[in-house]
Design a protein around this ligand. Structure first.
Ligand code: ATP
Ligand code: MG
Length: 421
């Protein structure tokens, strides 16, 4: 071990486990790529003001969790705590919304940073795959995103997750509800911090995880009862489309989520095997965000799924992904001449698209075969001086243990055929 360790709240992805992370990212991205979403990549840091405005001054993310800093040049930046504000900023800056092809559908995958109290499923550096559909107000679009996330989780074999669904109303009906909720909350016995929250972001109080707070919230006015007709109708359509698609969801009138910018449709994916860090993903509609960051009105909807927690969910359900072995052919040379010949074969195999590896470091047969076994290769090619003198190599099928001599010239063709079987 070196003198250094990964910083608190972070961890490294190392083989073989790292392969699962790649597969999870691929599995989440696959339904998006198949549904008209284009790949977007934005910087790991942005002007801090983008998040302050875009995520919300009253959120935990901005007030407590953001890695904000000043550069030597005096710029105020922050490591990105989430993806939506950056992606929308990039779409506006690149004028994607002006190409006359709305909604602009984008997906992304990357690292996010939040200064949180580290615990299982909660890290200071974590990874998300997300999707945003920018510039259209259509309940089918909200439903599409939920259906695609559901498809992604199912493709991984996950079963014990639930979809929680709510509507947060819009700029017509939410302010009326907000005022009613504030009235109710002011009558409760709450601590100083929570009282402050009543003024800034009262909906977040509903999200309080503490039992003594939840107990007092029984009888709180529910947003559901305040939705205007347009919001009600919109929400009914989202629900109907999900039902028609066979996607089960639960109405959760208390679901508010941590970000300020959500309007109407809001949802969360929770997994029942994860204890208190149960949210594996979440999202919703954010019709006002574009204007908040200085853009035109662009009603939009999106989600972000946490890769770290999805991997924990797989573990909780006892799922091991069926990942192909990284190496198909492993070459074991015995002697200098064999090193030269087999290294050339490995290069040729790789150029033919076959995953091949080589025993480095001049190991003896025993040590090299150990490496071959560990590599998970289906075939091992062994050659010594005597083999080469006869123009052959020994091909070992690692599953059956059978071995046969193969002409040096035929190695690539034969292996190509065998591996395609
Ligand atoms: P939580 O309520 O657990 O803090 P959140 O509402 O802050 O979650 P979002 O901002 O909606 O989370 O991010 C989407 C997903 O990203 C979450 O559902 C979760 O899977 C993942 N995520 C968020 N914060 C962390 C973190 N600190 N460590 C690991 N994963 C995280
Ligand atoms: Mg959080």
């Amino acid at each position: 071990m070196s003198t250094f360790k990964a910083p608190k709240g972070t961890y490294d992805l190392l083989p073989p486990d790292s392969a699962t992370y790649l597969a999870v990212r691929d599995a989440i991205a696959a339904p998006l790529r198949n549904s008209g979403y284009g790949y977007v990549e934005t910087p790991g840091f942005e002007n801090v003001e983008l998040f302050a405005r875009g995520v919300g001054e009253s959120t935990d993310i901005v007030t407590k969790e953001m890695y904000a800093f000043e550069t030597k040049g005096g710029d105020r930046l922050a490591l990105r705590p989430e993806g939506t504000a950056s992606v929308l900023r990039a779409a506006l800056e690149g004028s994607l919304h002006k190409a006359g092809n709305l909604p602009v559908k984008l997906w992304y995958s990357g690292s996010y940073y939040r200064y949180e109290r580290p615990q299982k499923g909660r890290y200071r550096h974590f990874s998300q795959v997300g999707a945003e559909a920018i510039g259209a107000e259509d309940p089918a679009l909200d439903a599409e995103l939920i259906i695609l996330a559901d498809q992604a989780y199912r493709s991984l074999g996950l079963k014990e997750f639930r979809i929680l669904l709510n509507s947060l109303g819009d700029k017509e009906c939410r302010p009326v509800y907000r005022a009613a909720l504030q009235d109710f909350l002011r009558g409760l016995d709450l601590d100083e911090d929570t009282r402050r929250r009543i003024d800034i972001n009262p909906l977040r109080v509903l999200d309080d995880k503490r039992a003594e707070v939840q107990k007092q919230l029984v009888g709180a006015p529910m947003l559901r009862d305040y939705l205007c007709d347009a919001c009600k109708e919109y929400h009914e359509q989202v629900r109907a489309i999900l039902t028609a698609a066979g996607v089960a969801y639960e109405d959760d009138p208390k679901l508010v989520r941590g970000l300020d910018y959500y309007t109407r449709t809001t949802f969360e994916f929770v997994h029942d095997g994860l204890g208190s860090q149960s949210a594996v993903g979440g999202g919703g509609r954010y019709d006002g965000l574009s204007e908040m960051i200085g853009g035109p009105a662009l009603p939009s909807v999106g989600w972000a799924l946490g890769v770290d927690r999805t991997v924990l969910a797989l573990e909780a359900e006892g799922i091991t992904l069926d990942l192909p072995a990284a190496t198909s052919v492993f070459a074991v040379p015995l002697g200098e001449e064999a090193r030269r010949v087999l290294f050339a074969k490995v290069t040729e195999l790789r150029r033919a698209g076959i995953a091949a590896d080589f025993s480095y470091g001049g190991k003896g047969l025993k040590g090299a075969m150990k490496n071959a076994n560990r590599s998970g290769a289906r075939y091992t090619v062994v050659a010594g001086e005597r083999d080469l003198a006869e123009g052959v190599v020994q091909l070992k099928d690692m599953e059956s243990g059978e071995q046969e001599a193969l002409a040096v010239d035929e190695v690539v063709t034969v292996l190509k055929g065998r591996l395609a079987e």
